[in-house]
Design a protein around this ligand. Sequence first.
Ligand code: NAD
Length: 491
Amino acid sequence: MSATTDRSKDPIVTTPPARIAMFIDGVWTGGTSGRTEPIIDPATGQSLGEVPIAAREDLDRAVEAASRSFPAWRDTPVDERGAILHRAADLIRERLSRIAWIMTTEEGKLLSQSTAEVIRVAKGIDWDAEDARRLYGRIIPVDHDTEMSVIHQPVGPVAAFTPWNFPAASPMRKLGGALSAGCTIVLKASEETPGTACALVQCFEEAGVPAGVINLVFGVPAEVSQHLITSPAIRMVAFTGSIPVGKRLAQLAGEHMKPSIMELGGHAPVVICRDADPERAGKAVAAAKYVNAGQVCTSPSRIYAHADIYDAFLDSYSGESRSLRVGNGLDESSQMGPMANTRRLAAMDELLEDAQERGTSVICGGSRIDQPGFFYEPTVLTEVPTEARIMREEPFGPVSAVLRFDDLNDALAAANSLPYGLAAYGFTGSADTADVLKRGLEAGIISINHCGGSVPEAPSGGVKDSGWGREGGSEGLDGYLITKRISHKLR
Ligand code: NAD
């Protein structure tokens, strides 16, 4: 474990405490229920404060505000909307260290990772604001006296739900997409990381987003989603989170004929071919694996290495894993932080117990770290039978399995054998093999010879059970728009 850093320079110590409240119709409020839940620092297990829990009346006020403010926001010129969003992005950049600090204390990830996330958030908002200027329609030549055209318009008030693992990036995807397209939003951010969401929304408020356009609520997740999705004024649903919850919300949205974006989990395979550099691959996969203690939907988790380079890869990968310094994300010497909550620790225990009962070898790690906070060891497993739960269930933690293959077709079949399809990775020295991997891996996000992260310029999203719709890239606003065909008889 790493040494404790001097806290006297921490931005949280030198600036006022984060405001933890709901933001409804332009007003920060504790809500009408008086109920709260504790916010826990995963690096210490100590309480950081309380988050308010919305009552139905609070949700109704949020939906009413989003509905009332929609026509004026929709009709605001795109460059005026864009200017407000760019100002919000600038404020986020100005408050970078403070927002990153809040994120690390609430969620546990390394301060360097929180900082990188906040920078990505500002870039993402800028991208969405600019992309809204290019929501072109088209004229279709059908008949000399009839003009046939296609236009895109904002779908209406959006209900959005974001998880704790990307406390800033996930809300940004929803806020940036909805607001740029001209939609208003009721966002239920995670109750486990509310300070980050509040800090972001405060930037939008100060940038000049009119009252009612953004509403931020917290509550009992199942109650909030049931209420918001079935509210007639809500026209679209955007969710990031687990596959079981996503399926429930997609079903609810479907019953009410509301379109949705579903950014769900995965169980990302990595195929390391015979002609890959095993040492380089080991370093690259380890660098990606332990980001946010493995609690990333694109985290590499099932690694298939060709028999000829298997030992060299395993040496490199397990060596990197074993040498990681695990500690408080605020400490500069830490290389991996804690898990975000006790649910994830319990999930790691269950997956490891099941795998070991089935004869799996634990190459390194395999246990909780005995100290306050929610720390788990970087863990590499081999000889894992396909029936083991870890081979079928998304680990969402610092645990992965390394398996051996002889034939690339078998590796591809194994990689594609699960119902998930979010991210997949391949390592090879051959352009032909790279092409086979790019086309053959069933996933919405493919990286070859590295484990690429998301950028505002390119779309992210899954196939199969990992969801539908895309966030980012020139596809990023599609989910927030309706398409109209217009036929105009000219003569
Ligand atoms: P969970 O399924 O209980 O919750 C996931 C997220 O959805 C949380 O933010 C939670 O507040 C929210 N949620 C839960 N029930 C909801 C409901 N009925 N309506 C609206 N929102 C609801 O799981 P968890 O223990 O918090 O997280 C672990 C699992 O979540 C992992 O297995 C992982 O697959 C998944 N996850 C995926 C992503 C992603 O980016 N795709 C992000 C976070 C978590």
